[in-house]
Design a binder for this molecule. Structure first.
Ligand code: UD1
Length: 421
């Protein structure tokens, strides 16, 4: 197993190119299940999660070629299986999204219930209800969802009781080939949903309203192939922006969609960093000799503040001159980074969904453990700012969603390396 070792204290200076969005890429990767034509994705990140999804696709009979460069080519003139076994699904929750496309194309599927980050119960009831509304018959048998849709899926009027990114995407993926019209009410509005709808529409799907709470999908008989560029990763961009604010220095992020982080920039500015941006690049500057200011934040569905940046934001608040209150509204158990940050000298008290962070003057290096994907990134930011040498173990979490993190930060002067444990 690998660990990351950081000698803290050096401000960051340089440029970081943001990769394609993990959370979009892994959903776009199911598109070849919906067509017998080729699908090409460019601006494609190479991550443990994309490799997990590629493994599952190959099992289902999809040809998957990675590269050259940030590109993936996929083609499935015929499928070899409609079964997604536990071993291939447990590593990542988004693999569950093959269920809808398999039902749409083959009218049957057997997919293991998912695994993924340990950040709460994370059920899939909304996904299943949406598919049932479209006419699927669903049984849960020994940890598997066994689903059939005799005669194909049918369009339906679906109202989600609360916002779910995964269920919105899953319903879109199932509805594009359904008979008739589907309406999704209280849909998620994340940029990754717009990206998915854009790719599907380029294949001939008829989706309107992606990015709004009401989405309409008119089912079509078949879909073409597509070549699609994955939207830049707003969470990766936000993570580096917060790392720069935490450690201090001057970092330019390029290949970003600055408008996708509209909730973050004012908060970073409030904390005391200077933010200068145009459409595709953002410059973060902070004098490491001045103290950060405390900032309160609560996570919300897009366009609110993303839960996937909560841990990294907390790392910054740990060094503020005052008290910040951080509220997690999306997941019930997403404060596992707090005890790890506390090992580095942070003063954090968690009560229910709220963390009260009393800023300290200096964080101190310590051996810490990555507990989930985004939590690992908060430990990196803390390690960059801390005095001494921080050892972060279990970095396989990090490798699920951040491409070459030690290289990208190393290019900005960070003293960071990967070692075998
Ligand atoms: C996606 C993102 C994840 C992000 C999250 C919220 C991917 C691969 N992952 O996860 O990084 O943190 O959005 O922005 O894109 N829920 C249910 N029943 C369901 C579905 C969800 O109760 O059927 C609950 C979840 O437990 C959670 C909340 O709804 O509390 C929101 O989850 P959801 O938006 O679905 O997150 P994911 O799509 O899993």
């Amino acid at each position: 197993m690998d660990k990351i070792v950081i000698e803290g204290g050096a401000p960051l200076k340089g440029e970081i190119k943001i990769s394609g969005a993990k959370n979009s890429a892994i959903k776009l990767m199911v598109l070849p299940l919906l067509t017998d034509q080729p699908v090409e994705l460019t601006n494609m990140p190479n991550l443990r999660d994309t490799r997990s999804m590629a493994g599952l696709l190959r099992h289902l009979g999809v040809t998957v070629e990675e590269g050259p460069g940030p590109r993936m080519f996929m083609h499935a003139p015929k499928l070899a299986s409609t079964e997604a076994p536990y071993d291939l699904v447990r590593k990542m929750r988004a693999t569950f999204n093959v269920l809808g496309p398999l039902l749409a194309r083959e009218h049957k599927a057997k997919v293991s219930l998912p695994g993924g980050c340990a950040i709460g119960a994370r059920p899939v009831d909304l996904h299943l209800k949406a598919l049932e509304a479209m006419g699927a018959k669903i049984e849960l048998i020994e940890g598997y969802v066994v689903a059939t849709a005799k005669g194909g899926l049918k369009g339906a009027d679906i109202t989600f009781p609360f916002i779910s990114v995964g269920a919105t995407e899953h319903a879109i993926l199932a509805a594009v080939l359904a008979k008739g019209e589907t309406t999704l009410n209280n849909a998620a509005r994340e940029p990754e949903i717009i990206d998915l709808a854009n790719a599907l529409n380029a294949m001939g799907a008829r989706i309107t309203g992606a990015g709004r709470s009401e989405i309409q999908i008119v089912g079509v008989k078949s879909l073409d192939g597509v070549s699609h560029s994955v939207v830049p990763d707003r969470i990766e961009a936000g993570t580096y922006a917060l790392a720069a604010a935490t450690a201090g220095g001057s970092v330019r992020l390029v290949n970003v969609r600055s408008d996708h982080l509209g909730s973050l920039w004012p908060l970073i500015a409030q904390a005391g960093a200077k933010v200068t941006m145009d459409e595709t690049s953002v410059l973060i500057e902070r004098n490491p000799k001045t103290r950060l200011k405390p900032v309160d934040v609560e996570t919300q569905a897009y366009p609110g503040f993303p839960t996937d940046l909560q841990a990294q934001f907390m790392a910054m608040c740990c060094l503020a001159d005052g008290v910040s209150i951080i509220r997690e509204n999306i997941f019930e158990n997403r404060f596992m980074h707090c005890p790890e940050l506390a090992r580095m000298g942070a003063d954090i008290k968690v009560t229910g969904r709220e963390a009260i962070v009393r800023g300290v003057k200096q964080l101190r290096a310590a051996p810490v453990m990555a507990t989930d994907l985004r939590a690992s990134a908060s430990l990196i930011a803390a390690g960059l700012a801390a005095q001494g040498t921080t050892h972060i173990s279990r970095v396989y979490h990090l490798d699920r969603g951040f491409e070459h993190i030690e290289v990208k930060l190393g290019n900005c002067g960070a003293n960071i390396r990967r070692e075998k444990e």
